[in-house]
Each structure stands twice: as C-alpha cells, then as structure tokens.
Ligand binder design. Structure first.
Ligand SMILES: NC(=O)c1ccc[n+]([C@@H]2O[C@H](COP(=O)([O-])OP(=O)(O)OC[C@H]3O[C@@H](n4cnc5c(N)ncnc54)[C@H](OP(=O)(O)O)[C@@H]3O)[C@@H](O)[C@H]2O)c1
Length: 308
C-alpha cells in the first residue's frame, strides 16, 4: 500500500550501530519502529516501541515476530568483541549463530526481509580490498560465527541481505555504544597518548552512513551481499593519526602497535579492507572518505547538542 508505514525491527538497540539506525529512522515518517534490546528499559511511544528480552529465548523471539509481523528486520545484535568470542565460544555460537538462524527461519516463514550486520573480519586479510564475490576465510572465532550467521540468512531468507560492515567509526548517537573514537577523543583531551595497530588495514565507515545505508536497504529491493565500507583504505594507526590531526593534536600522540604480536589476543586479519564499488553503484547513500565521514559524525553530534 503506497504511503503506508512499514514495520521495522532493529535488534541490539543499546549497541553502537543500532543507535544510529534508530535515531535516523525516528526522524523519518516511514517506519513503525520496534527496537529489541537485552539491557535497555522498555519504552512505548507512538511509532516507537522498545522491547527488552534475551534473543536467545526462542519462545519469546517467536512470539515477538509473530505479534509484530515486521516487513523488515535489521539484525545488529551480536557478541561483537573479538577477544571475548575467542574465549567464550559456546556463548558466541549461541548469540551470533543460533539467534541469527532463528530470526532467519522466522523471517523466511513470514516473508520479512532480514538484513544481517556481518563484518569485514570474515576475510583472512591476505588479499585486501575484498569484493562481494570473494570467499570468506575467517581467522578467529568471532568471524567464524559471522560466516555461519551469513549461511543461515542465505539458507532461510529469500531476499535476505548480508551487509558486511568495515570498521565503524563514530560517536554513540543513542545510548552508550562501544566507540573507539569516543575513547580516543577523551584520552587525547586528557593529554594521554593513544595506541592503534599499524598492521590492520581497513576501510573505516562512519556510523551515520552505516545507519543511513541500512535503512535504505531495508526500504528497497536489494537482496544479497553488500560491503558497507568507506572510500579511504589505510591502517588503523594512520587513521588515528589523521583523526588526531583533525582534532588539533600532533600525530606524535598516536603510537603504533601490532595487534597480532599481543599475547592472549585472538588473531586479526591484516588487510580486511573492503571494496565498496557495489554499494556506491546500488545505494543513494554515499560511501564517504574517512575525513568526510568524520566531519559528518561531528556535525551530527553538534546537531544533537543543539536539539537537546
Ligand atoms: N562496530 C564495528 O566496528 C563493527 C564492524 C563490523 C561489523 N560489526 C557488526 O555490526 C553489529 C553491530 O555492532 P556494534 O558495534 O553496534 O555492536 P555492540 O555495540 O556490541 O552492540 C551489540 C548489541 O547486541 C545486543 N545483544 C547482545 N547479546 C544479546 C542477546 N542475547 N539478546 C539481545 N540482544 C543482545 C546488545 O544490545 P543492548 O545493548 O540493546 O542490550 C548489544 O549492545 C554487530 O553484529 C557486529 O558484529 C560491527
């Protein structure tokens, strides 16, 4: 029905990426929003409903999907800490794979579009600039769970989407959110040095662009795999140096590390940069350079502060 609002579920409401999606979706008249969360309190407004429960509770998940009958689900909820997943493999399997499989079956049954937030980490980092046709080859358990989650979406959801996110850069738009940029800004402001790995080459994408792109995908006909990545390819140390300089600090405040030389940490892919040509071709949402993305993040923060 033309003009009718669509019912959109966003999982992981209290998380970093979901905060951006929800904030932007609330500013449009297009959606009836249902935000699923493990930890945030329940909330009930017109067109916006926050439902707290554990997605590992299969019966509750089934009931929620049956009650809402969403047109689309953007699934951001996950255990996204690479080192935690390496040492808590049963839990990571249950949350990252089990929950996605259940959601995929439920969405498949009712013809809802499921958009899974996957990761650049599905690649081994040997080749770099991966396209959507390159084969995943994970080097840590977190990435293994994401590959199995991708398989569940492919298997059960006709018209499903696997959105592989590069390293997401930004400030939490809603809620707390685990943001390296927020920590970095705070440390630099206190006169401290910050450490970033020089061995990890990435194509960082800003959190506002990611949210916008995921909403565009939810509203549109695209199905399949899409890489949501920025247009600047660089290592994380150089990324931090450029951001520090943009904030008015010297690049000497940033120290280079090697994440694969640190004891007790899960292995990281060295060059997990993603080719964003397909996203640039398909989406209206522009895939930005690092500095354009950074500027958008800071503008959004100012806009939020003015509105508060
Ligand atoms: N951030 C990045 O750089 C990046 C890069 C590539 C891919 N990704 C992927 O993008 C997605 C979002 O990342 P993010 O950085 O926003 O992660 P995040 O901040 O850690 O958020 C994930 C959220 O998942 C929810 N969650 C975890 N276990 C749950 C459970 N049992 N039941 C219900 N909800 C549960 C929590 O939501 P509540 O807080 O609401 O309780 C948590 O905040 C993840 O799938 C991640 O793998 C992220």
């Amino acid at each position: 029905m033309k003009g009718a609002r669509q019912r959109l579920i966003i999982s992981g409401y209290g998380g970093f990426v979901a905060g951006s999606i929800v904030w932007q979706a609330l500013r449009s008249d297009q959606w009836d929003l249902y935000a699923l969360t493990l930890t945030a309190p329940a909330e009930e407004q017109e067109r916006f409903h926050v439902l707290p429960f554990d997605l590992c509770d299969v019966n509750r998940t089934r009931q929620v999907i049956a009650d809402i009958r969403p047109d689309a689900v953007i699934h951001t909820a996950a255990l996204a800490d690479i080192d935690y997943c390496q040492t808590h493999q049963e839990e990571a399997e249950r949350v990252n794979v089990g929950v996605t499989r259940e959601l995929a079956q439920l969405c498949g049954d009712i013809g809802a579009k499921l958009i899974l937030c996957s990761t650049d980490s599905v690649f081994d980092g040997v080749q770099g600039l991966y396209t959507e046709v390159d084969a995943p080859h994970p080097v840590n358990f977190y990435a293994e769970t994401k590959v199995r989650a991708e398989e569940a979406v492919r298997e059960h959801v006709e018209g499903g989407v696997i959105a592989r996110l590069s390293l997401v850069m930004g400030l939490p738009v809603l809620g707390a959110g685990n943001s390296f940029l927020a920590k970095m800004i705070a440390s630099l402001a206190q006169g401290e040095q910050v450490k970033f790995p020089a061995n990890e080459i990435r194509t960082p994408v800003d959190v506002i662009t990611v949210g916008r792109a995921l909403l565009e995908i939810a509203a549109g006909p695209f199905a399949g795999i899409l890489h949501l990545a920025g247009s600047t390819r660089l290592d994380r140390y150089e990324m931090a140096c450029q951001i520090a300089e943009r904030l008015g600090h010297s690049r000497d405040r940033v120290l280079a590390t090697d994440s694969n030389a640190m004891a007790g940490r899960a292995p990281r892919p060295n060059d997990a940069s993603l080719d964003n040509a397909k996203a640039r071709r398909i989406l209206r949402t522009p895939m930005r350079t690092l500095m354009d993305g950074f500027d958008l993040v800071m503008q959004t923060k100012e806009e939020q502060e003015r509105a508060a």
